[in-house]
Design a protein around this ligand. Structure first.
Ligand SMILES: C[S@@+](CC[C@H](N)C(=O)[O-])C[C@H]1O[C@@H](n2cnc3c(N)ncnc32)[C@H](O)[C@@H]1O
Length: 264
């Protein structure tokens, strides 16, 4: 009987394959550089399948990963089995909720890569997740995370439309092509979130052989809202960027990337 949260069950199956095909996902060098500069041990909240966690561990930096999805953590644990022993020894995995997780350790670096804070749907949950991060920071420790920059024309349009987002060859059978489609189902402009579906389709010889759908809900933030959350949670901005190439966070931003410290 599974005991953990079963969210991301289908996404877990396709996560690494799908994101290996996402060529514009340029966050890894940013988080890796930060981990090399600051050193470990690192705490990653919402570590998923270890997409960022494992490359950090491979640099010889100790890292603790927390996630509340049992399927995502199962993928990570399976990957750790085939890692070199000295890399696997760098990693500790915890099943926990980023709103309530507490350990008795403090870290020089806490990271929340690739928008898990967008799975926090209320101010209370957003505050709780940032408090978890702040709680685990050493006095001079650094928190880094990213969420998408809200492009309102895009957010407010396309409801009910299906979009092909990603396509890749099945790594275990090169005769199969897998696709991930995205369909926004509804938008809550007041609470700043949307509900959507990921539709995974597998094709072989031009025929559709599998179709699986998983719901997705994401909140989105405005910059002043994040600034208010930082005030509430005792955090202050050290660096902020609008892209992983470290472009300024201005009207052309694609992402909101923050490096924060505990406020003095
Ligand atoms: C888009 S993935 C990001 C995973 C990883 N950080 C990466 O960069 O690939 C979002 C992750 O947030 C996790 N998550 C969502 N809500 C959570 C919560 N309340 N506590 C812990 N993890 C959560 C999901 O299970 C999923 O693994």
């Amino acid at each position: 009987m599974p005991t953990g949260v079963q969210s991301y069950a289908l996404s877990a199956k396709y996560y690494d394959q799908a994101y290996a095909a996402k060529k514009d996902l340029a966050d890894l060098p940013f988080y890796l550089e930060l981990a090399k500069r600051i050193g470990g041990p690192v705490l990653e909240l919402a570590c998923g399948t270890g997409r960022v966690l494992l490359p950090i561990a491979r640099e010889g930096i100790a890292i603790h990963g927390v996630d509340n999805s049992e399927p995502m953590l199962n993928v990570l644990r399976a990957k750790l089995e085939s890692e070199a022993k000295d890399v696997a020894e760098m990693v500790s995995v915890f099943e926990g909720d980023m709103r309530s997780f507490r350990s008795n350790q403090e870290f020089p670096l806490v990271i929340i890569p690739f928008r898990p804070l967008q799975h926090m749907y209320t101010i209370e949950d957003q505050r709780a997740a940032l408090e978890t991060a702040a709680f685990h920071l050493e006095d001079d420790g650094v928190l880094a995370f990213n969420v998408f920059f809200p492009l309102f024309d895009r957010l407010y349009s396309g409801i009910g439309e299906e979009m092909l987002e990603l396509e890749w060859t099945d790594p275990s059978d090169s005769s199969k092509i897998a696709q991930r489609h995205f369909r926004k189902e509804s938008l809550d402009k007041v609470n700043q979130n949307f509900s959507a579906a990921f539709i995974f389709r597998t094709w072989q010889g031009g025929k559709l052989i599998a179709e699986e759908t998983e719901p997705l809900k994401m909140s989105y933030y405005t910059y002043p809202q994040l600034r208010a959350l930082f005030l509430l949670t005792g955090l202050e901005i050290v660096e902020e960027y609008g892209s992983f190439a470290k472009a300024p966070l201005d009207n052309d931003a694609q992402e909101m990337i923050f490096v924060l410290k505990k406020a003095r």
